[in-house]
Design a protein around this ligand. Structure first.
Ligand code: SAM
Length: 221
C-alpha cells in the first residue's frame, strides 16, 4: 500500500532540501544508503587526470560522504561544498571538521549561483542532485561558466526505472524531473556546451546502483 500523497510529498521535499529533525534523520539515512555510490563517484574522478592541487566543488553534498572521500583521495586539493540545506551543511561540517578548520574545505549555503564567486574551478561534481534542478539548462550554464577550460563536470544519478517505486511516484508529483535514459542527460549537457560526454554505470545494467555522466568544457588550444 502506498503512503498518502501528503506523506509522499513531505518525504520527496526532504530529499530535495532536508530541513528540521526529519531532514537530519534523512541525512543520516543518505549517509548510509548513498555512501558507496558517493565513494565510487570520487574514485572515477581519479581517472580524469586532474591536478592534485585542483579546485573541486561538490554541489549538494548532503551529509558529506563524497567530500570526505575527495579530501582523502586528493590530499592537496582545495574543496568547496555547496548545499541549499543548512542541516546538510552541518552534517558535512561534522564529518569533515578538520578540513574545515584548516580551510581546505569551505561549506557554503546556496546553489550553482554561488559558483561564480569560486571560478575558475577544475571539477564540479554532484550525486543525486540532477532531479531537483527545475531549470537544468540554467544550472549547467552556471557550472560551465565556472569551470576552467578543459574542466570536468561529473553528475551521479539514477534513471527513473531504477529508482525505488515511491521515488518514481513522489518525485514528479513534487515537480522534480526524472530521466529515462542517459541520452536525455547527454542532450542537456550537449545543449549547455559540454563536450567529451561519456557515461559509466555502477553495478549491473539490470539493477544499477547509479550512473555517472562525465563531461568537460572545451580546452584552450
Ligand atoms: C538527495 S540529496 C543527495 C545528497 C548526497 N549527494 C548523496 O548522494 O547522499 C540532495 C542534496 O542536494 C541538495 N540540493 C538540492 N538541490 C540543490 C541545488 N540546486 N544546489 C545545491 N544543492 C542542492 C539538497 O539539499 C540535498 O542535500
Amino acid at each position: 500500500m502506498k503512503p498518502p500523497k501528503f506523506v509522499r510529498g513531505a518525504v520527496a521535499r526532504q530529499f530535495g532540501r532536508p530541513r528540521g529533525p526529519l531532514g537530519r534523520f534523512i541525512g543520516r539515512g543518505m549517509a548510509r544508503t548513498n555512501a558507496s555510490f558517493s565513494i565510487w563517484l570520487v574514485d572515477q574522478v581519479r581517472e580524469l587526470e586532474l591536478s592534485d592541487t585542483g579546485r573541486f566543488v561538490e554541489l549538494g553534498p548532503g551529509p558529506g560522504i563524497g567530500l570526505a572521500h575527495a579530501l582523502r583521495t586528493f590530499p592537496e586539493a582545495r574543496l568547496w561544498g555547496i548545499d541549499l540545506s543548512t542541516e546538510m551543511l552541518a552534517q558535512s561540517k561534522k564529518r569533515n571538521v578538520d578540513a574545515v578548520r584548516v580551510a581546505r574545505l569551505t561549506l557554503l549555503q546556496g546553489d550553482s549561483a554561488v559558483l561564480s564567486g569560486l571560478a575558475p574551478v577544475d571539477l564540479v561534481y554532484a550525486a543525486h542532485v540532477l532531479y531537483f534542478w527545475q531549470l537544468p539548462g540554467q544550472e549547467l550554464a552556471r557550472i560551465l561558466a565556472a569551470l576552467r577550460p578543459g574542466g570536468w563536470l561529473v553528475l551521479g544519478y539514477q534513471l527513473r526505472l531504477n529508482m525505488p517505486k515511491l521515488a518514481q511516484l513522489s518525485f514528479p508529483e513534487e515537480g522534480n524531473i526524472l530521466y529515462d535514459s542517459d541520452e536525455q542527460v547527454a542532450v542537456l549537457l550537449g545543449k549547455a556546451g559540454f563536450s567529451d560526454i561519456r557515461f559509466l554505470v555502477k553495478g549491473s545494467e539490470d539493477a544499477p546502483e547509479g550512473r555517472l555522466a562525465l563531461a568537460r568544457t572545451a580546452a584552450l588550444n
